[in-house]
Design a protein around this ligand. Structure first.
Ligand code: BG6
Length: 515
């Protein structure tokens, strides 16, 4: 299983190296650069998908030598590679590929809001072998506007002589509809939409991209992918971690803003979009935009918020560092969402996400309607397990399908079974961090996996009534750290005669209990 590589390989089949460019990373000293961008660049270098002329400039405040920056990045890369819990875990680093990246790194000290930084940066970029530049804003959101403005004013966003100038912007893109509109307007006054790459890192996951493959590369699913056959859809992003030292950020953000109008809506978009005519970026994004546009604005009635309290998994949220003892921030959100169009009218999409839950599990379950009548005397129709197709995104990668068969024996009895597919059984699972495709696509100029201004705004528009409720603020209910979430969320779905899928894999639990 060649997951560990000894030397830069030939490019993957059908892939060619990205065009030469200089990657300028604002936030060179930050966590994102260490944890995700460097491992992704290393993986791309291992696969020979970067051009030899590529250069990487890391901008950060504070003087330091390039050699210090390189040492620091080498140390963190090795740490992540050795960490079994890390998505980048690999038993052997390809030293040649990492060295290839190291040789191209250059540290550049500068404040993000000073004119001097950008005039010096312009001078440096003028000496590069290529005029193509990607500016990656791996910084906290308050720097998005000033950096883009400075880049624009310094003339660094002008695309001349066939060279591209692109800006990659991380999440959070705004905190509600008004701020997202304002941020879009600001950015688009210095750059054109085709230069802006707004990241939602969920779209970098192979298992998320595969939703379109499952839907549109198989004849089996599409005919039943509609309101006539689908009872409801559950979209879950459950985490076991708490706020991990991000208390200050989380206090301002909360689970709903952090996950729902972005990551969970992106999953919903992939599930609900109409088939595009091609995989051309605009065609795919148009189809997704139609879904966001059709989402009925959420109301407080359709939402449940929760906050973890002391429980089997540890202390409560209010006891976390940098969290107010009286905090009203939610660490869990569940929502019932309707997509008002011909295909989905009346089909609820139940979304839930939370920290310190019983299991880490990101998945989409599409539950089919029950069969129409009672054919099996010994098994009433309502006792039949409904068919459920589950697309497992993290940490398991694959799909499961729940269906019914005859139980062996003389009596015609029906029993529920599950068939499953795991990526690892069919493909070499690579130690990808999810940013490889996003970086590569940005260099190629393929915007399919990036969010367009209009979609960002329609998604926030659907979420806005929850963020700014007309009446009292939405109640935040307690749940024990390590549980499946607040009982009020169970009541939300139970009111429709349905139940959440358990976060705990029952078969595994039985095995553990027996052991
Ligand atoms: C981030 C959120 O965007 O996504 C985090 O800010 C969350 O709070 C993370 O933990 C989840 O992403 P993943 O890829 O680990 O499921």
């Amino acid at each position: 299983m060649p997951t560990d590589k000894d030397q830069p390989a030939a490019p993957l089949a059908g892939k060619h190296p990205a065009p030469p460019c200089t990657l300028v990373i604002f936030g060179a000293g930050g966590d994102l650069t260490k944890r995700l961008l460097m491992p992704a660049l290393y993986n791309l270098a291992s696969d020979a998908l970067l051009d030899d002329k590529m250069q990487i400039i890391g901008v950060n405040h504070g003087q330091r030598e390039t050699s210090e920056w390189r040492d620091e990045l080498s140390e963190s890369l090795r740490k992540f590679a050795a960490d079994r819990a890390s998505t980048f875990h690999t038993s052997q680093l390809n030293e040649k590929a990492w060295d290839w990246v190291l040789q191209r790194l250059q540290y550049f000290a500068g404040e993000f809001e000073s004119d001097e930084t950008f005039s010096q940066l312009a001078q440096l970029l003028a000496t590069m072998k290529t005029g193509n530049v990607v500016f990656y804003l791996a910084v906290t959101a308050r720097f998005f506007k000033p950096i883009v403005e400075h880049l624009g004013r310094a003339g660094l966003l002008k695309e001349e002589g066939g060279n591209f100038r692109r800006i990659v912007i991380e999440k959070p893109f705004g905190t509600d509809l008004a701020s997202a509109r304002d941020l879009n307007a600001h950015i688009l006054s210095y750059a054109s939409e085709s230069q802006v790459y707004r990241i939602d890192h969920f779209l970098g996951k192979d298992t998320v991209q595969s939703i379109l493959a499952v839907r549109f590369a198989n004849a089996l699913f599409e005919p039943m992918w509609r309101r006539e056959y689908i009872d409801h859809v559950q979209i879950t992003a459950a985490e076991t971690i708490g706020v991990e030292g991000r208390g200050r950020f989380y206090e301002q953000t909360g689970a709903f803003r952090d996950m729902v109008p972005n990551h969970l809506f992106q999953l919903l978009g992939m599930i609900a979009m109409e088939p595009p005519n091609s995989f051309d970026a605009e065609t795919v994004r148009d189809k997704k935009a139609e879904v966001f546009d059709a989402i009925q604005p959420l109301s407080a009635r359709d939402v449940v918020f929760g906050r973890y309290e002391k429980g089997p998994a540890g202390p409560g949220y209010r006891e976390e560092p940098d969290v107010a003892p009286e905090s009203r921030t939610e660490t869990y959100a569940a929502a019932r969402v309707y997509v008002e169009n011909w295909r989905w009218a009346g089909v609820p999409f139940y979304l839930r996400t939370g920290k310190r839950l019983a299991a880490r599990r990101t998945e989409v379950s599409v539950q089919l309607k029950a069969v129409p009548f009672r054919l099996f005397r010994d098994t009433p129709v309502d006792a039949l397990t409904p068919n459920v197709l589950t697309l497992r995104i993290d940490p398991a990668h694959g799909t499961t399908f729940d269906f019914n068969v005859k139980v062996p024996g003389p009596v015609m009895q029906v029993g529920a079974v599950q068939s499953s597919f795991n990526y690892g059984d069919f493909f070499d699972e690579r130690a990808n961090v999810g940013y490889e495709t996003l970086l590569y696509d940005c260099m190629l100029g393929d915007e399919t996996l990036f969010q367009r201004a209009d979609s960002i705004e329609t998604a926030w528009a659907a979420a806005d009534p929850v963020l700014h409720p007309e009446g009292a603020p939405i109640d935040v209910h307690g749940y024990a750290a390590g549980s499946e979430g607040p009982v009020e969320a169970d009541a939300l779905i139970a009111a429709d005669g349905r139940a959440w899928r358990s976060l705990i894999d029952k078969s595994k639990k039985n095995e553990e209990d027996k052991a």
